[in-house]
Ligand binder design. Structure first.
Ligand SMILES: [Fe+2]
Length: 440
């Protein structure tokens, strides 16, 4: 062992001991401390980031994903000179943009959020990017591929809210492994059980690691994102800070509903949280006009949509189910969200409507004017991908497939092709439950 190597080894040991006994054991893995120390000691120009400087590096959908993409990550301390570097695959020209350094405090813990949107990208093209600070601290390079391919795969995850997130973590890991070409992944809302609890967000943001740095995420707002620690309603502060989805032009409801284009599909993400937003005793969340404003926006958005396919993502299901237990008196039919939004989906020939919230996978087939009609949108209730089981629901007359075991989780895939949308549901072990093909 030469002298330089001996010094590096000694410093590594000191770092490990320091990390173990000091507070850093909670903030950085020993591996990230050793890698940084080794880079400093050996005089490398670029030093790797510590874990505490590079948490949850993630891609978020931008409005037009063929030319733009949002990158976010977090650090435990303020970093005023946060940047993103990117380059087209196979080229050496690196472009650099500045990212934010925004302190976000919730549930007694503070994190610094860095975000920026890359724009002016070339469609259907492979890039790589890395994040960092100043001139000498950088993450690894991650891949980024712009939309534009005529065929691509999507992973879709229903409610992941959990007491113990291990089942959800396993679903992300195994489904990502099984679908290595995934170009986009979608969360249907109720990502976490309690939207104020910081540890749940840390767990959730860690759980998406098999996808997050290399594949863009589109989130949907669920009711559980709107709960305080004592289960009252609040604005979905943490959700809105952690997912910089595209703006919708409305200052009050910004990021709560939005739309984006990916290939030849226009995705519309609705905010179905009127109940959570309509409490007169809580000025913070009193927004009785949420649906009026959104219906106006939806008309405008669908009028200007030029894509071949239109897919709607909404947390609350537009169908109404009755509890399968004695004395339950909720009628089977359509709920307020269905009565309000389904005629608009009919009018604009939406192809597919995905929903969640009821923790049950159900395919209701094509429906127009509240009845079976092959010319109407296909309605799929996406199921459950966490450990929060709900009471059993009775069958709806329009159900064409119901997952047989309500104690089992599931995930979904969608393959987009020039003339088909192929939608499938799977058990966590990869067993296929259901398949639908929409042709146009
Ligand atoms: Fe929900």
């Amino acid at each position: 062992m030469n002298k330089k190597r001996l010094i590096i080894s000694l410093l590594a040991i000191i770092t490990v001991v320091g990390a173990t006994v000091g507070s850093y054991v909670y903030r950085d893995t020993i591996y990230s401390r050793i890698a940084r120390t080794a880079a400093v000691v050996s005089g490398q120009a670029i030093k790797p980031l510590l874990d505490s400087e590079s948490r949850y590096i993630r891609q978020i959908v931008a409005q037009d994903n063929s030319t733009s993409r949002t990158i976010m990550w977090q650090s435990d301390n303020s970093e005023s000179d946060a940047i993103i570097e990117y380059r087209q695959d196979g080229t050496d020209t690196i472009q650099t943009i500045n990212a934010t350094d925004k302190a976000f405090t919730d549930d007694g813990s503070t994190t610094y959020i860095h975000e920026a949107t890359l724009t002016g990208l070339t469609p259907n093209t492979k890039y790589e990017y890395r994040v960092g600070y100043g001139t000498d601290r950088r993450s690894d390079w991650y891949r980024l591929e712009t939309a534009g391919a005529s065929v691509y795969d999507v992973l879709i995850y229903p409610d992941s809210q959990s007491g113990d997130y291990s089942q959800w973590e396993e679903i992300v890991k195994s489904s990502a492994l099984r679908n290595p070409r995934t170009a986009l992944y979608i969360s249907m809302g109720d990502l976490v059980d309690n939207g104020e609890q910081a540890y749940q967000w840390r767990t959730w943001l860690n759980s998406i690691k098999p996808l997050s740095a290399n594949v863009p995420l589109a989130t949907t707002l669920g009711n559980h994102e709107m709960y305080t620690l004592d289960w009252k309603m609040r604005e979905p502060y943490a959700y809105l800070n952690y997912f910089a989805v595209p703006p919708n032009g409305n200052e009050i409801f910004n990021r709560r509903y939005y739309s984006y284009d990916f290939g030849d599909v226009h995705y519309i993400v609705l905010d179905t949280m009127l109940y959570e937003s309509n409490h007169e005793d809580n000025h913070d969340t009193h927004h009785p006009d949420l649906y009026d404003v959104q219906v106006q926006w939806l008309h405008q958005d669908l009028t200007t949509n030029t894509k071949k396919w239109t897919v709607v993502l909404m947390h609350r299901d537009p169908f109404q189910y009755a509890f399968d237990r004695p004395g339950a008196n909720r009628a089977i039919g359509f709920d307020d969200e269905g009565v309000l939004f389904m005629p608009i989906f009919d009018e604009f020939n939406v192809d597919l409507v995905l929903s969640a919230h009821l923790h049950s996978y159900r395919n209701r087939g094509h429906v127009r004017n509240f009845d079976r009609d092959l010319s109407g949108p296909l309605y799929i209730l996406t199921g459950i991908a966490g450990d929060a089981r709900r009471p059993k629901w009775k069958e709806h007359p329009l159900d064409v497939y119901v997952a047989p075991d309500r104690d089992k989780n599931n995930y979904m895939t969608m393959t987009v092709t020039p003339n088909k949308l192929i939608v499938k549901a799977f058990l966590p072990d990869g067993t296929q439950l259901d398949e639908s093909v929409i042709e146009k």
